[in-house]
Design a protein. Structure first.
Length: 243
């Protein structure tokens, strides 16, 4: 399952799930562009880890919510074969108190960002008649969650977006799929109070949170030859939490 000669861009690849995806795609042979927006030291660390395992990485800073910045970055990279739309944020709060800016920030980063990155990356994929777009959605987009109306809407939106784009690009050798993690140990989930983490575990049939490598493995499958005939799907990686 070699990605030798392929170029991958992982948005939000600097830490958490994105870092594990970068490392996995690099291990499969791809040259990896590690994107971040605010923490250059995390991106440097990811690049270092990729190089330590014998891979090649470049760092590219841009805000996925900024369309001009996305277009400039994709122009700079030139040709992208594998795009992983992983960058994501939360701005949690119950509906009654959720500010319009909390809604807009999450939509612009988690949903619009995926659209602009995919649109820009698809150009070179069309020319090469080969491409893989993988959108990191969430169990919350399927099950919903109190306090996450904005996040659930953006992640559910990604699922519809994945299917529509998959239909449009299938004949060009481009697959578009989603990966929906359940609760994975990262900074995003470590922020949750301990009692909330315990409640979450009690709702997971496998009784533990997932690891970033669990998600990276699903991305690797969809990016590699084994996933060749799979498009428009969302692969759930959640310990049985949502079926
Ligand atoms: P983290 O908070 O650990 O990392 C987020 C990454 O996204 C960082 O690299 C961050 O860069 C980057 N980022 C944030 N905003 C932007 C932006 N506007 N432009 C570019 N990069 C940005 O997140 P996780 O690893 O936990 O999550 C990764 C993805 O997986 C997200 O889409 C999340 O919604 C999804 N997910 C996570 C789950 C979990 O349990 N952790 C469960 C289900 C889905 P910087 O550090 O520079 O700010």
């Amino acid at each position: 399952m070699s990605l030798e000669g392929k170029v991958a861009l992982v948005t939000g690849g600097s830490r958490g799930i994105g870092r594990a995806i970068c490392l996995r795609l690099s291990k499969m042979g791809a040259k990896v562009y590690v994107n971040y927006v605010s923490r250059p030291e995390a991106a440097e660390e990811t690049k270092k880890l990729i190089e330590e395992q014998g891979g090649t990485a470049e760092i590219i800073a841009f805000d996925v919510a900024d369309t001009d910045a996305v277009q400039a970055a994709l122009k700079e990279i030139g040709s992208v074969d594998i795009l992983v739309n992983n960058a994501g944020i939360t701005r949690d709060g119950l509906m009654a108190r959720m500010k319009e800016s909390d809604w807009d920030d999450v939509m612009n980063t988690n949903l619009k960002g995926a659209f602009t990155c995919a649109k820009a990356a698809a150009r070179s994929m069309m020319k090469n008649r080969w491409g893989r777009i993988i959108n990191i959605t969430s169990v919350i987009g399927f099950a919903g969650n109190a306090g996450q109306a904005n996040y659930a809407a953006a992640k559910a939106g990604l699922v519809g977006f994945t299917k529509a784009m998959a239909r449009e690009y299938a004949s060009r050798g481009i697959t578009v799929n989603g990966v929906a993690p359940g609760y994975i140990v990262t900074e995003m989930t470590e922020k949750l109070p301990v009692e909330v983490q315990e409640t979450i575990k009690s709702e997971i049939p496998m009784a533990s949170l997932g690891s970033v490598e669990d998600v990276a493995g699903a991305v690797a499958y969809l990016a590699g030859d084994d996933g060749r005939y799979v498009t428009g799907q969302t692969l759930h990686v959640n310990g049985g939490m949502y079926m």
